[in-house]
Design a protein around this ligand. Structure first.
Ligand SMILES: [Zn+2]
Length: 84
């Protein structure tokens, strides 16, 4: 479809303007997020979706627990050092 054949609403749509590999701005019609269907990215998925879960080792909750434990261990270590 040439640009002349595009429907009027597509011609008037905001442009994506993502930087292309050529260095120019992408001229595809933008979606509501301001980028085109190519540069807008896919949905990151439904939050909390358990369907593909294998073990949860890298899940947000587990990482938070590991961070908290690491922080406690650091505190314990510094307390031990103070006692020596
Ligand atoms: Zn684009």
């Amino acid at each position: 479809m040439s640009r002349a054949e595009q429907p009027q609403s597509l011609k008037q749509a905001r442009r994506c303007l993502a930087r292309t590999r050529k260095g120019t701005a992408c001229q595809c019609p933008a979606m509501p997020n301001g980028r085109c269907r190519i540069h807008g990215g896919l949905s990151p998925g439904v939050p909390g979706n358990q369907n593909a879960l294998k073990h949860g080792r890298y899940s947000r909750d587990y990482l938070a627990i590991r961070r908290a434990v690491a922080e406690m261990r650091r505190e314990l270590h510094s307390l031990k050092k103070q006692m020596d």
